[in-house]
Design a protein around this ligand. Structure first.
Ligand SMILES: NC(=O)c1ccc[n+]([C@@H]2O[C@H](COP(=O)([O-])OP(=O)(O)OC[C@H]3O[C@@H](n4cnc5c(N)ncnc54)[C@H](OP(=O)(O)O)[C@@H]3O)[C@@H](O)[C@H]2O)c1
Length: 332
């Protein structure tokens, strides 16, 4: 139970959405946070969210930036990207610490950002890319965190240690599959139950924003193909790469072990390949691999829950590091 004596006052904007509900669940019982505001879209009727019964029974208020800035030390934005692009700079200008779950501020290169997120202004504060395992040091005391995207989280955690150690060469192919909650709560013709149930479809080939995010963090080109999987939540990525000449499975194992020795939420499963069911409702990213040394083939499989490690859990993990708490606080 939260004693509130020295708790950080936190607010959630977008608390009626899929990621926002997860944030409220995590923050309402976080030992060092006091949830002081949970808001929906501007002008929306105050309403209770059934999924939050006995977690947060106050009505979810319409978005009110003044109330967030005055009543919170830190605000989590679980908003559509254009809304985040407008709200984040206002909160930052008033000294609030912001954890943005949208993609609006993730891309550092101005031209690339303009291409994929044309509505994003200069925030006035440089954001830290919010993948805790990669940017722990930069996250400490940061005012603005652009939390990593769901697909990029699994892809970067899987590939970054291998690319950094120069163990793999191109082509690198990321075959990614996500449950339907990855698209948010409003159904479209593609995500509507009767359209996606019993099917599996590729989308966004060569046109998905997350490819730019993955390439930003890896600094190598990748072929990224997302698929819509007819389950409610979870991401599984199967990643194909070629080993550089002379690289063995021991090199792969060593790179992963070194990279994640101090990372409580990365579980290395070795040749036991991960499954979505093993990570749903958790903040874990499970990474397994198979190597064919004679053919220089590497296959990596990674799984996360898109709403936890891919969204709300990751944001709380970043919050913990930014405020100097134990990285896993409130997440186990
Ligand atoms: N879903 C995922 O797996 C996932 C993973 C990582 C990152 N993200 C990112 O997180 C953000 C939220 O995603 P989501 O899937 O949780 O979305 P969602 O389920 O569609 O929820 C959107 C939330 O934003 C509010 N909202 C809608 N339009 C708004 C506006 N113009 N101004 C302010 N608030 C507005 C909605 O309030 P009302 O209910 O009042 O309309 C709702 O609370 C997105 O940027 C998304 O890209 C999502």
């Amino acid at each position: 139970m939260n004693s509130y004596s020295d708790a950080v006052r936190v607010g959630v904007a977008g608390a009626t959405g899929y990621s926002g509900v997860e944030l409220v669940r995590l923050l309402a019982r976080h030992p060092r946070a006091r949830l002081t505001a949970a808001m929906g879209s501007p002008g929306s009727e105050p309403r209770r969210v059934r999924a939050l019964a006995r977690v947060w029974d106050d009505p979810i208020a319409p978005l009110d930036i003044d109330a967030l800035a005055d009543g919170c030390d830190a605000v989590f934005l679980a908003l559509p990207e254009q809304a985040s692009a407008a709200v984040a700079p206002e909160l930052l200008a008033r000294g609030t610490r912001v954890f943005d779950l949208s993609g609006a501020f993730r891309l550092r290169d101005r031209e690339t950002r303009r291409q994929w997120y044309p509505h994003t202004p200069d925030a006035g504060v440089t954001p830290v890319y919010g993948l805790t395992e990669r940017y722990r040091t930069c996250l400490a005391k940061s005012q603005f965190v652009a939390c990593a995207g769901c697909y990029p989280t699994a892809a970067i955690l899987s590939l970054q240690p291998l690319v950094a150690a120069d163990l793999v060469e191109q082509p690198i192919v990321i075959d990614a599959k996500s449950g339907v909650s990855g698209a948010g709560k409003t159904p479209t013709e593609r995500t509507h139950f009767s359209e996606c149930h019993g099917s599996l479809s590729a989308y966004g080939v060569f046109s998905h924003r997350h490819a730019a995010e993955i390439e930003q963090e890896l600094d190598v080109p990748v072929t990224f193909v997302p698929h819509l999987l007819p389950i409610d939540r979870g991401i599984l990525e199967t990643i194909y790469a070629t080993l550089r000449p002379g690289i063995t499975e021991a090199d792969i194992v060593d790179a992963y072990r070194r990279a994640y020795a101090g990372s409580p939420f990365v579980r290395l499963t070795g040749s036991e390949l991960p499954e979505i069911k093993h990570v749903t409702h958790t903040n874990f990213c499970d990474i397994g691999w198979r190597v064919n040394e004679s053919r220089r083939q590497l296959v990596v499989v990674a799984c996360i829950d898109n709403l936890v490690k891919g969204a709300a859990g990751q944001a709380v993990q970043n919050f913990n590091v930014a405020f100097g708490f134990d990285e896993a606080l409130g997440l186990n």
